[in-house]
Design a protein around this ligand. Sequence first.
Ligand code: PYC
Length: 313
Amino acid sequence: MKLIESHTIGEPTRIIISGGPDLGTGPLSERARLLREQHDRIRRAICLEPRGHDAVVGGLLCEPHEPGCDFGIIFFNNATTLGMCIHGTIGLMVTLAHLGRVRPGDKCRIDTPVGVVDASLHIDGKVSVTNVPCYRLKAGVTVELPGWGKIRGDVAWGGNWFFLIDGQGPEISENNIPALCDFSSKVCEALKQAGVTGDDGSEVDHVELFAKPTTPTHSDSRNFVLCSGGAYDRSPCGTGFSAKLACLAADDKLAPGAVWRQASILDQVFEGTYEILKDGKILPHITGQAWVNGETNLIFHADDPFQFGLQGL
Ligand code: PYC
């Protein structure tokens, strides 16, 4: 099985370009289900130790189902499949460029389990992604957290479900990651206990904290994102950024077309704008950069007890 590795301002992506499981030709949401239910060991082999680590996001490059699409992709992490992943899509575009399958200036339509997205590779190497329609579902939801009291946030869809908290929780700093992970995972658990879900009953499995930027000339805000598998996003998290844009739009804090610079916990920036759709949802456009940093051939030995990963670590 052959993988191309990249990172999107620090967040890793490993794309399976050959030798992956055959999931048929159905809708990508159906193929993601098959990947979860019948080929989970492939996800584990790529994302878990000893080959992987918590932050790794994998992607299975496949044929699209939706007419007019150029590629299909199913992303997954150390816990499960993902609806959408924007840092991964930026990684996918530089991977396709590395393979000579897209060129600077090309625009691609990409089929995903949650809908079709557009991605463009710019001449300067940056990638812009137009996400699926996003929206804020609930504003000002509160949960009680022992030691912290009432924590207030918004529930929004950015291609995954997010709980967005502004100005509460531990200090957002690279030196404070264990405390940020601990706080965010407790918020996630409190949301589950309180029965707070997405509008389809899905778990709100990503938590995003915001603080003021380190310098206003560099970004408009800095975030910390805890992903569904309990790892933190090293990038600003494009789907989380999309959820943020949906909240900014709903609060009238950012006009359509105006640029928001979202910094990550590593203080690296994605830029984003949005347009408003007829149904009131927003269409986010996120721009970022990734670099290919490896080509890997996975080897599976029948007598290797951990050929499909150390499950549970
Ligand atoms: O960039 O959308 C993103 C993302 C989701 C999970 C990790 N990164």
